[in-house]
Design a protein around this ligand. Structure first.
Ligand code: ADP
Ligand code: MG
Length: 211
């Protein structure tokens, strides 16, 4: 499968739609261990990406430029901590596919790895600290393994989604150690991390739109 700028735009539009539909649940999850704005922040961010990409001429826009546009608009729209995390992810993804007019499966895998690594580098969270990294890192590892085993992009994203779902579920048993919810200490136990939950929504929309 080959992915071009139009496919990437469709992917971001799918993410924006899925996040908008999930906004209430994400705010609810954040209301339990944070400040109840995560759904709003993510919807504002991906809504801004949707609007920014709508004004691009896709025939003359390379994936790198599209991803940098996504990064800039997400960062400008989001004041919450998810803003710089996803903006860095998209900027790193842009670098990962620099100079390519279209993306083969392996290129998209590189883009996906860069997303997760960007969030990790920006937020400095490790596995088990109850953040979106607990969904993104296993997802990236599953995608890399599937890609290395010669699986199709669709199969790789399916493996990534399953890993992200397991990772998000596992945050229930973790004590928050990064961000706002870390102030709760042990009281964060028993609740899913909202950023890990939204990561699952993002990855599910990616998979659906690219399958
Ligand atoms: P804020 O906490 O500023 O209100 P959001 O509500 O948008 O921001 O996002 C909260 C989510 O951000 C958390 O559920 C967590 O997944 C993620 N997060 C917070 N800090 C970090 C970090 N340092 N690294 C990775 N993810 C983080
Ligand atoms: Mg919040």
């Amino acid at each position: 499968m080959t992915i071009d700028a139009a496919d990437l735009k469709r992917m971001f539009d799918a993410i924006a739609g899925a996040i908008e539909a999930d906004k209430g649940r994400l705010c609810q999850l954040d209301g339990v261990i944070g400040d109840a704005d995560h759904g709003i922040a993510m919807a504002l961010g991906f809504g801004a990406v949707h609007d920014a990409l709508a004004s691009l001429d896709l025939a003359t826009t390379e994936p790198t430029a599209l991803l940098n546009t996504a990064a800039k608009s997400f960062l400008n729209a989001v004041g919450a901590s998810s803003g710089p995390l996803y903006a860095t992810a998209f900027m790193r993804a842009a670098s990962a596919v620099k100079g390519k007019a279209t993306l083969a499966d392996a290129d998209f895998n590189a883009l996906f790895q860069a997303l997760a690594q960007g969030i990790k580098d920006r937020g400095k969270a490790e596995l088990g600290e109850k953040t979106m990294i607990d969904a993104w890192q296993p997802a990236a590892e599953a995608a890399a393994a599937a890609n290395a085993a010669g699986k199709t992009l669709s199969e790789s994203l399916e493996a990534a989604l399953a890993a992200a779902e397991r990772g998000a579920e596992a945050t229930k048993d973790m004590i928050a150690q990064k961000g706002r919810s870390s102030r709760l200490g042990e009281r964060s136990l028993g609740h899913i991390d909202p950023g890990a939950a939204s990561a699952v929504t993002v990855i599910a929309a990616m998979k659906k739109s690219l399958a």
